[in-house]
Design a protein around this ligand. Sequence first.
Ligand code: COA
Ligand code: AMP
Length: 633
Amino acid sequence: MAGRYQQVYDAAMADPEAFWAEAAAELHWDKPWQQVLDASNPPFYRWFVGAETNTCYNALDRHIAAGHGDRVALIYDSPVTGTVRSFTTLELRDRVAKLAGAMKAHGVTRGDRVIIYMAMTPEAAMAMLACARLGAIHSVVFGGFAPRELATRIDDARPVMIIASSCGLEPGRVVEYKPLLDQAIEIAAHKPKHCLIFQRPMYEGPMQAGRDLDFDAEVAAAAAADCVPVAATDPLYVLYTSGTTGVPKGVVRDNGGHMVALNWSMRNIYGMKPGDVFWAASDVGWVVGHSYIVYAPLIHGCTSVLYEGKPVGTPDAGAYWRVIQQHRVAALFTAPTAFRAIKKEDPKAELLKQYDLSQFRTLFLAGERADPDTVHWAEDSLHRPVIDHWWQTETGWPMAANCMGIEVLPVKYGSPTKVVPGYDVQVLDDDGQAVKVGDIGNIVVKLPLPPGTLPTLWHNDEGFRKSYLARFPGYYNTGDAGFIDEDGYLFIMSRTDDIINVAGHRLSTGGMEEVLSAHPDVAECAVVGVADALKGQVPLGFVVLKSGVSRAEDQITRELVLLVREKIGPVAAFKQAVVVKRLPKTRSGKILRGTMQKIADAQDYRLPATIDDPAILGEIKDALQPLGYARQP
Ligand code: COA
Ligand code: AMP
């Protein structure tokens, strides 16, 4: 007989509408749906059409109505400020309702966009929930992005309000956000009417009269706002993510399908029940933070930990164990890079011995490939299941996992296990034909995608179609390459585009190339992601200088590093560029980035048949070796 995983998977495939309608019944709807799935306008699909609901109501008020108002909803743990604060569901709801009242008093209404540019404090989660309460659409921008990136998002989302922290705290430095925000608004063509500034004592930003409002004073003076019912298909948020160029894509998330999918995932993928403590050690600026710091744990009635710190250095490599013990964390979700950082500092996990982790059940890893070494180390140290799972900003929740709440399947190292019920993942060759079992190809998902995944890009149906649907008609193209083995286990091998993954953060090398090309001394350039023991990948720039440039090469490369930091932000982690005489190309002029990356990583490569001048590959190797690349380990 088929195991429980297979039964659930088959049920979701056989009758997706019945499957998701049953999952939706646990939540509160102001108005029921007329159709579970509207498939009348392919390739666009909508879930829970005709229904009205409110995500904030389902995350907070619903639990209060059920008598769980004094259950702790959020724990803020900030080793960088020495603060630990807890909020019951009632306290969090009241603060969110007042914040929503303050926003409403300044004109924020259903359908308006609000950009959130905040550090990892509870006010960031409150701002997201307050938008949801009003039916406004939030767009959170990660604090490590530079003003120019923030400006691009302001111009695309056209927010009526921006909610920002005065500063963020990185180990050893205060990152002053307010001046970055002011610069971004100056660059942007669109000007928000108001900025609500959450002043932190480490740095208080200058306020512009008429535009800037003090967060604390406004909230104190505001009347609580009620939840506004919105269409299930209305956007809850837009989250910008790296595309194949410097222009980010605004991934849209709806209200109804999103809450249904996240609530389902908490029980079935993460094995959580209401009252359990769940900790996603990420940032609200990323999709992991949206789904698994804020919405999923709260919707499911769990306690969520919001952590303002690092895995190491705040104060040491025992930081994660301390948080798990102190807050009785049942499941931790983080990126493999965090565990590589801990392993590097404390290879024998000595610090772990000081803590009692008896409440801890499972470690979940995602955001980048979970290398078997790191998974083994985590298993040997924690003596708990270590679950690699695979998803992306676009899907909002996992596409492949070992579903802890359904059936614990044997682990195969290097694989995020099997396709999650609701997704029909397939592997196609470049002509759109299914590959043989075990062969590598393009990983796609047959349409329609399940609830909670992106219905489109913000104000850009055509971009959605072009980016994800055009290549393989009838399928969503994930941009990842890999294979499914004879047991149905999925293996994710690489991206099929120019996106790289740095410390679990997704970045576009195309965006960095645009910045390098703008330097007056650069004739042409290429950026590739090279292997890094801590961050998985880091970007490395190759530049060809314009003829006649005689300035010192190391001066120019230093300028290039600074330029990427200034234009994209520190999150790009762009620290190295190398000057080369020429770039290797095909005869039709395509730069051979993949080959350069293999040379840098000292991997075997096949000489591309269409290469213009093979001698250039030797030049690339010679230029890389002084930097420590292109050497056999
Ligand atoms: N605001 C401003 N700057 C920020 C920032 C923020 N919110 N977050 C990061 N930065 C800066 C960092 O200070 C660093 O700057 P630097 O070049 O001056 O050192 C740069 O952006 C790169 O940051 P990061 O990639 O995080 O590297 P790091 O060296 O500071 O830390 C790790 C490395 C592994 C410890 C860290 O990436 C980590 O904790 N990762 C695991 C969790 C995670 O974030 N997962 C994401 C998806 S699940
Ligand atoms: P992001 O949108 O930032 O979450 O990045 C998504 C991308 O990260 C995916 O398309 C993959 O390339 C990569 N990724 C995420 N999780 C995994 C995983 N478990 N294994 C391998 N790659 C992953």
